[in-house]
Ligand binder design. Structure first.
Ligand code: PLP
Length: 431
């Protein structure tokens, strides 16, 4: 392996750099900014900078992108979270256009003061109706990131505790840091570990929030929600379930992993992002009305940020309507079929970890491979996201394939062929 990297670094010198090298302060002279700039110029100059490529049209299964160098590529996309294809559904676009015409481009104000429009109320009502529970409410945010940040930091204060699954998304961790509560992590999905952590806290006198996810975007596996909720409640802790990657896609009716594991009425707070299966942007907390009313007033990322765009909000209402009906059922069926199909093609040849959803990681390990591999995959014809430290542990870097209901068999076949060819070239075939 050492020889392999020596050779690679000689051919492609920038591979010896990894992004986290530039993320630390190097004293008063801002050396890391200069170093990053030098690295970026070298990579861009070699036409190997594969981040921030411009998409030239909607996030369909086949897309065209333009690199900073001006080179354009036609790619099969496995990089978008557009699981049900709603970002470009004609009815969704139509609904967004109508709302845009009526309400204008932006909300131009914070929701609490002057930025709430009738269309926001309609979205809140649609979400409550979609879940069908009495006395529940919704508080809207302009991003999923903002929802986690605002909700956790409004619920938890100094002296309280936030306990997170170790694979939690950055927005949950950042919310916990902002809250100034004490932070503990438990091993991914390990409920015995969680119980040990809870027992160590003075749980009878302390407010505790346990955070977990419906489907984890790093591993593509499901949260063990039933056990996490049972154990958390045993110690008086509230549970927040982030269904960013599972709402509209998991569960018989699309109500997420909470529906699938029959814990909808036990989860204390559910976070949704509209940037994934809804095909738009924004986020919300769905919870008992008392909690969401409180969040409307006290979540700082809501209070001090502009409300959702009215046009997008119109589109979100239509996505939800489609997902809650026959169209959603049909798309969820196709999505699961497609995900199983691609997983079966990759399984046994590359390490796909514990994936059991529409997110399929392919673990290649060493982060020095990230840029050459990403460049190779794009040139071969697929757009796919690569993740490395600090988003995943060291030496667990991975390609992640996001499958959608709209991929064809031919696109899935081509995608898996390219991934397997890359695995052969970069030494991460396992079978
Ligand atoms: C689990 C999870 N929560 C929250 C977010 C943030 O959502 P958004 O991109 O809508 O801000 C993401 C984004 O990928 C996520 O994966």
């Amino acid at each position: 392996m050492a020889d392999f990297f020596d050779k690679l670094i000689k051919q492609e010198p920038y591979t010896q750099y990894t992004l986290d090298m530039f993320s630390r302060s190097a004293g008063k002279d801002h050396a890391e900014i200069d170093q990053f700039d030098k690295w970026r110029q070298m990579v861009t100059g070699a036409n190997k900078y594969t981040f921030e490529v411009s998409h030239l049209a909607a996030q369909r299964p086949e897309i065209s992108v333009r690199r900073e160098s001006g080179d354009e590529y036609n790619l099969i996309s496995f990089a978008s979270y557009n699981y049900l294809g709603y970002s470009y559904h004609p009815d969704v676009i139509d609904a967004a256009k109508k709302a845009l015409d009526l309400y204008g481009l932006g909300a131009t104000g914070s929701p609490l003061l002057n930025g709430t429009f009738q269309i926001h109320k309609e979205l809140e009502d649609s979400i409550v109706k979609f879940f069908g529970q009495k006395d529940y409410g919704v508080s809207l945010f302009s991003s999923g990131y903002g929802a986690n940040l605002g909700v956790i930091s409004a619920f938890i204060h100094k002296g309280d505790h936030v306990v997170l699954d170790r694979s939690s998304h950055a927005s949950l961790i950042d919310g916990a840091i902002l809250s100034q509560g004490k932070i503990s992590l438990f091993r991914h999905n390990d409920t015995e570990f969680l119980e040990k952590v809870l027992k160590r806290i003075d749980y009878e006198n302390t407010r505790i929030l346990v955070c977990c996810e419906g489907v984890y975007s790093t591993d593509g596996d499901y949260g063990n929600l039933r056990d996490i909720i049972d154990i958390s409640h045993k110690y008086g802790a509230a549970v927040l379930v982030d269904e960013a990657h599972s709402l509209l896609v998991a569960g018989e009716n699309g109500r997420g992993v909470c529906e699938e594991q029959d814990v909808l009425s036990e989860a204390d707070m559910i976070i949704a992002t509209f940037s994934k299966s809804f095909g738009g942007v924004g986020g919300c907390i769905y919870a008992n009305k008392k909690i969401t009313n409180y969040m409307n007033y006290y979540a700082r990322s809501r209070m001090f940020s502009c409300a959702l765009d009215p046009g997008v909000t119109g589109g979100l209402i239509k996505s939800l309507e489609l997902a809650g009906g026959a169209d959603g059922k049909e798309r969820r069926k196709r999505l699961n079929y497609n995900a199983n199909y691609l997983r079966e093609k990759l399984k046994g040849h590359v390490d796909i970890g514990t994936s059991s959803s529409w997110i399929i990681p392919v673990i290649y390990g060493d982060e020095r491979l990230t840029l050459p591999l990403s460049d190779y995959l794009q040139r071969e014809g697929i757009d796919i996201s690569l993740m490395m430290f600090p988003a995943v542990p060291k030496n667990r870097s991975r390609i992640r394939a996001f499958v959608t209901s709209e991929h064809t068999k031919n696109q899935l076949d081509k995608g898996s062929d390219i991934i397997l060819r890359a695995a052969d070239k970069y030494n991460f075939l396992i079978g």
